[in-house]
Design a protein around this ligand. Structure first.
Ligand code: ADP
Ligand code: MG
Ligand code: MG
Length: 208
């Protein structure tokens, strides 16, 4: 059918937790260069709380993302908790109609737009938005070209990784890294790096 099951989406969130755990020190090292050295531990703590909540299987995709979002908002202090929380909270309602490739793309776009609305970052401000927006655009382009969800997710993962890498030369204009001004240039943004993991794990999960 091409639609992702709720179990597939739960597997994605678990895989994202595992990837963040695996890359925790790397994410924290990126944040120590231009922030306060806690992005890896913030995300790991939040996602551990999420996975604990998922012991009770969610009834639907909409339910799943509501739980993920609320748990991240309540368990992660710092910028990334409310922003990732908003991403997932906005995804949920967009999936009430279904989880085919186009609906998933619309949900991911709603999530990214929620982050922009909440954090007010524009493209090029050196934030997670610089990985999210290219990823959702690549997803939509792939679907328009006939891709299924796995194909769209692969394109989105590639675009997110490219977006992550493209944050390196940028000067930060939002978040803690902006306090460094020009000195923030020359480092990859930690939130863009965790976002690349988010899309890579979605691609890996849907390809499996
Ligand atoms: P904190 O900065 O509070 O310590 P984290 O280190 O967990 O929180 O997360 C930092 C990441 O949050 C940054 O790398 C950036 O990607 C993201 N971020 C910060 N502010 C914003 C914003 N206004 N809009 C979008 N993303 C932001
Ligand atoms: Mg930090
Ligand atoms: Mg912090």
């Amino acid at each position: 059918s091409g639609a992702a099951s709720t179990d597939d989406l739960v597997a994605w969130i678990r895989a994202f937790r595992d990837a963040v755990q695996q890359h925790r020190d790397e994410l924290t090292a990126l944040d120590s260069a231009i922030g306060d050295a806690d992005h890896g531990s913030n995300m790991a703590r939040g996602l551990d709380a999420v996975v604990a909540k998922l012991e009770a299987p969610p009834a639907s995709a909409a339910d799943l993302f509501k739980t993920v979002g609320m748990t991240l908002v309540s368990s992660v202090g710092g910028a990334s908790g409310p922003l990732y929380g908003t991403f997932f909270l906005r995804m949920g309602p967009a999936l009430a109609e279904g989880t085919d490739a186009a609906s998933l793309g619309a949900a991911l776009r709603a999530g990214a737009e929620g982050v922009v609305a909440r954090g007010k970052a524009e493209p090029g401000d050196k934030t997670m938005v610089d990985a999210q927006l290219p990823a959702v655009t690549a997803w939509d382009d792939a679907v328009a070209a006939g891709a299924d969800a796995a194909g769209a997710a692969a394109a989105a993962a590639e675009a997110a990784a490219h977006g992550r890498d493209a944050t390196e030369p940028l000067v930060a204009r939002k978040g803690r890294a902006s306090y460094l001004g020009e000195r923030s240039a020359g480092h990859v943004d930690p939130g863009a790096a965790s976002t690349a993991l988010l899309f890579q794990t979605l691609s890996d999960t849907l390809a499996a």
